[in-house]
Design a protein around this ligand. Structure first.
Ligand code: NAG
Ligand code: NAG
Ligand code: NAG
Ligand code: NAG
Length: 333
C-alpha cells in the first residue's frame, strides 16, 4: 500500500510546475555570445530557409517532359570513294525522327558497292593475319573480323596482303585515319529544340518556345544568353563552344555533348516569368586530354539492288557528335 501511495505521489508530481534557479553571469562576453547565437539562429531561419530557399513554399520536382528536335542545314562532300554527295538532315541525323538523343554525322568513310564474295581480310584484324594456308582454318569465322575463312592465305600472289581469304561483303573496309571533318560546315547547322513540360501537382505546363505572335522570330533567331535567351534554335558550333570545345576538333573523331534544360520556377511570380535555363557540357571527357576512348563512331549500311538482281551495299563508318538533351526542373508556389 505504501508503494502505491508513493507511485501516486510521483504521478501527481508530474503536474507540478517547477521554476528553475537562474544563475546570472555578470559577464559581458558570455552575454554577447549568448545573444549572438540567438541572432544567428533567427537570421538563418528568416534569411536562408524563408527568403533564399523558400522553405515555406510547396514544391514539385516530378517534372514530366517531352523533347522534339529538328535540324536544318546542308553540306556537300567530295571524296574519292563516294564522289560528290549532298547531305541533308535526312542523311546526317541518326535517327531521323527528331529524338531527344541524336547523332549528327560530321565525318565518314564509305566503302561503296560491297558484294558477297571472296576477298582478303583486312590487315587491321589480328586474327585474320597469316603466314601460310594452315593459319586459315577454312569454314571458321575470323574473330572480330569480316567473314568466313576459305582456307587460303593470300601471301604469294601479286596482291599479297598477309591475311586470310574470306567469304563476306567484299571489298572490306580499308584502313582509315580521319584527318579533318568532311562535313566541315556542320558547325553552322541549326537545331530547333522543342521542350514541353508539366508539373502534375500544380497542373502547370509550359514549353520553351517563346510565345510570340511574331511568326518570323523563330525563322531568324539564334539562341544567345544575352540577346535571345528564349530562342530555342541553336547553332551546333555554338553549343560545343559553350561547352568549352571547338567544333572542328570534335568533329574529326566525334564526341558527345549534353544539353541541359533546367526549369526552376517560382509560380508566385506568374506564368510568363517561368523560363528555362540552358547549360552545355561535353560528356565524353576524361582527366587526360586525348585518351584512346575519346570520340564516337559507328557503322551502318545501305542496301540496293542492281538491275541484274544482285544485292550490293554501301558500308558507312560515320563519326559525329551525339547530342543528349536532358531536362530537369522544379517549381514552387
Ligand atoms: C571533286 O573532286 C574531284 C577530284 O578531286 C574533282 O575533279 C572534282 O571537280 C570535284 N567536284 C566538285 C564538285 O568539287
Ligand atoms: C590483284 O588485284 C587486282 C585489282 O584489285 C585484280 O584485278 C587482280 O585480279 C588481282 N590479282 C590476283 C592474282 O588476285
Ligand atoms: C559558318 O558560318 C559563318 C558565318 O556565316 C562563316 O563565317 C563560317 O565560315 C561558316 N563555317 C563553315 C565551316 O562553313
Ligand atoms: C589539354 O588540351 C588543352 C587544349 O587543347 C591544352 O592546353 C592542355 O595542355 C592539354 N593538357 C594535357 C594534360 O595534355
Amino acid at each position: 500500500a505504501e508503494s502505491l501511495t508513493a507511485l501516486i505521489a510521483r504521478f501527481l508530481s508530474l503536474c507540478d510546475y517547477k521554476t528553475e534557479k537562474y544563475i546570472v553571469a555578470k559577464n559581458k562576453k558570455v552575454g554577447v555570445l549568448y545573444r549572438l547565437i540567438q541572432l544567428t539562429i533567427i537570421g538563418y531561419i528568416i534569411g536562408w530557409v524563408f527568403l533564399s530557399k523558400k522553405g515555406y513554399q510547396e514544391t514539385d520536382e516530378s517534372i514530366q517532359s517531352s523533347v522534339i528536335t529538328k535540324l536544318k542545314g546542308v553540306s556537300v562532300t567530295n571524296t574519292s570513294e563516294s564522289g560528290v554527295v549532298v547531305w541533308g538532315p535526312e542523311d546526317y541525323v541518326i535517327p531521323p525522327q527528331g529524338e531527344g538523343v541524336l547523332f549528327v554525322v560530321t565525318n565518314f568513310l564509305e566503302t561503296p558497292n560491297q558484294q558477297l564474295g571472296y576477298c582478303a581480310e583486312s590487315s587491321k584484324v589480328v586474327d585474320g593475319r597469316c603466314r601460310s594456308d594452315a593459319d586459315c582454318r577454312g569454314g571458321h569465322t575470323v574473330v572480330a573480323g569480316n567473314g568466313l575463312m576459305s582456307g587460303r592465305c593470300i601471301v604469294s600472289d601479286v596482291n599479297s596482303t598477309g591475311t586470310c581469304e574470306i567469304y563476306g561483303w567484299c571489298p572490306v573496309e580499308k584502313k582509315f585515319k580521319p584527318q579533318r571533318a568532311l562535313l566541315a560546315n556542320a558547325e553552322n547547322f541549326t537545331i530547333y529544340i522543342k521542350n514541353f513540360i508539366q508539373f502534375p501537382k500544380f497542373s502547370f505546363s509550359k514549353s520553351n518556345v517563346l510565345e510570340t505572335s511574331d511568326e518570323s522570330y523563330l525563322k531568324s533567331c539564334r539562341y544567345d544568353e544575352q540577346i535571345h535567351p528564349y530562342c530555342p534554335i541553336f547553332e551546333l558550333g555554338d553549343i560545343t563552344r559553350r561547352a568549352g570545345y571547338n567544333f572542328q576538333d570534335m568533329a574529326v573523331y566525334g564526341g558527345s555533348v549534353g544539353i541541359m534544360i533546367d526549369w526552376d520556377c517560382d509560380l508566385d511570380k506568374g506564368y510568363s516569368q517561368c523560363h528555362p535555363q540552358y547549360y552545355f557540357t561535353r560528356l565524353d571527357t576524361t582527366a587526360c586530354n586525348r585518351s584512346v576512348a575519346m570520340g564516337f563512331n559507328f557503322r551502318h549500311t545501305r542496301y540496293f539492288k542492281h538491275h541484274t538482281g544482285e544485292i550490293h551495299r554501301s558500308l558507312f563508318k560515320v563519326y559525329g557528335v551525339r547530342f543528349n538533351i536532358m531536362v530537369h526542373g522544379k517549381v514552387g508556389t
